[in-house]
Design a protein. Structure first.
Length: 94
C-alpha cells in the first residue's frame, strides 16, 4: 500500500480549511512533490480532487497533448491542483 510521506508521520490538517494555513501549504507541497517524483520514475500522472467527476475517459485527449508536460486546471488566472496532468517527457524534471 502506498502512503504519502506525511502519512508516515500521522500528519493532520489543522482544520482551518484555509488554503493559507501552514498545514494546507505543507500538504500541497508534498502532493506536488509526489507527482513530480512519480513522473521522474517514467510514469504519467492524472491527479484530481475527489469531487471531480469524469463523464468520459480523458486520457485520449490528455495523451494527445504531446507538446506539453503539464496541464492544470485554472481558477481565476491561478493554477489549481484540482486537476493536474503531468506527462513524462524524458528528462524534463531531472
Amino acid at each position: 500500500m502506498y502512503k504519502t510521506p506525511l502519512a508516515t508521520e500521522n500528519f493532520l490538517l489543522d482544520g482551518t480549511n484555509s488554503h493559507a494555513s501552514s498545514s494546507w501549504n505543507r500538504f500541497a507541497a508534498m502532493r506536488s512533490g509526489e507527482v513530480a517524483r512519480i513522473v521522474r520514475l517514467g510514469y504519467d500522472v492524472l491527479h484530481t480532487d475527489v469531487d471531480v467527476a469524469w463523464l468520459r475517459n480523458p486520457l485520449e485527449i490528455l495523451r494527445a497533448s504531446t507538446n506539453v508536460s503539464l496541464i492544470a486546471q485554472s481558477d481565476n488566472k491561478l493554477s489549481n491542483a484540482g486537476l493536474v496532468w503531468a506527462q513524462h517527457v524524458g528528462d524534463a524534471l531531472a
